[in-house]
Write a protein that binds this ligand. Structure first.
Ligand SMILES: [Zn+2]
Length: 282
């Protein structure tokens, strides 16, 4: 039986970073004072890095709940968003995991990225997971956790896994997304979504636009906690003033094959990240 020791620590972030959102860190299993301070600093850094990439969050209050299971060899074996209220980022941290390993883990960046998108129906899960997966890599590239080579390698390796999984997980993408958990079709669903956003990003670059900036503006003007994919996509098209999101969406949602993404399309992502700078104008 898991024993919950309710230790509540208020995490105050550096002034001027994400001051509009109050982040409250809750430890749901025992953590020493030193461990709590380490993990609080790690969460603050991840929130700041994500803020640099995607700007201010719509939510005014977010709980971050941390438990520390003993029987795991992973640094961060689990993460998920609970839509609340209150909105919650749930994270499991290996009790004996070294803080250096935790800092290099992608899970928190993936979950924080989810907060910038509405909760979509299960058949459109590929959009949510594709966005969070690409964004975790962008944010970690910008934060210096990955260099460009590592960033490109991770995307290429993920796309290769997605393509291999598509041979096993057959059917239209929306159907596979709706039954992802039962089928364990994670690789196909996540990486088809990444393929979609890589194509979106390449199209946006032709208009001198960048996905992160569109999402910054979406959260400022139009964010809804729950939405249909069509409402969400048409809001993004409206901000971009081009139908790139909906054109590609209608091609992707029923596709049975895995998208072909070439190396030049991946390389262009890092070029536009470096040339156009972060969302906050770095
Ligand atoms: Zn996710």
């Amino acid at each position: 039986m898991r024993i919950y020791v309710a230790i509540i620590v208020l995490a105050f972030l550096t002034p001027g970073t994400s001051a509009d959102t109050h982040w409250q860190l809750n430890f749901e299993s025992y953590a020493s004072d030193e461990r709590q301070q380490q993990l609080q600093a790690w969460v603050n850094t991840a929130v700041d890095n994500t803020h640099n990439q995607l700007g201010a969050l719509h939510y005014k209050h977010v709980d971050v709940s941390i438990s520390q299971p003993v029987f795991t060899t992973e640094a961060v074996p689990w993460g998920e968003i609970k839509r609340g209220p209150p909105v919650q980022v749930v994270l499991e941290i290996g009790r004996f995991a070294d803080i250096k390993r935790i800092r290099k883990d992608w899970t928190i960046y993936h979950e924080l990225a989810h907060l910038y998108m509405p909760y979509l129906p299960a058949e459109d899960r590929w959009l949510s997971e594709g966005f969070a997966t690409l964004m975790q890599n962008y944010t970690m590239l910008h934060a210096g956790i990955y260099n460009r080579e590592q960033f490109e390698h991770r995307l290429q390796a993920g796309l290769t896994r997605g393509k291999a999984d598509t041979r096993i997980q057959q059917g239209p993408l929306s159907e596979v997304s709706a039954t992802m958990w039962q089928r364990q079709a994670y690789q196909r669903v996540y990486w088809s979504g990444v393929g979609y956003f890589i194509e979106v990003e390449n199209e946006l670059a032709r208009h001198k636009l960048r996905l992160s900036d569109i999402i910054v503006r979406y959260n400022h003007c139009c964010f809804r906690p729950r939405s249909s994919a069509k409402e969400f996509i048409s809001a993004l098209d409206g901000i971009a003033k081009t139908p790139v999101f909906s054109n590609l969406y209608s091609r992707y949602r029923l596709r049975r094959d895995f998208p072909t993404i070439n190396h030049a399309q991946i390389a262009r992502l890092t070029i536009s990240e470096v040339n156009l700078g972060a969302a906050t104008g770095q």
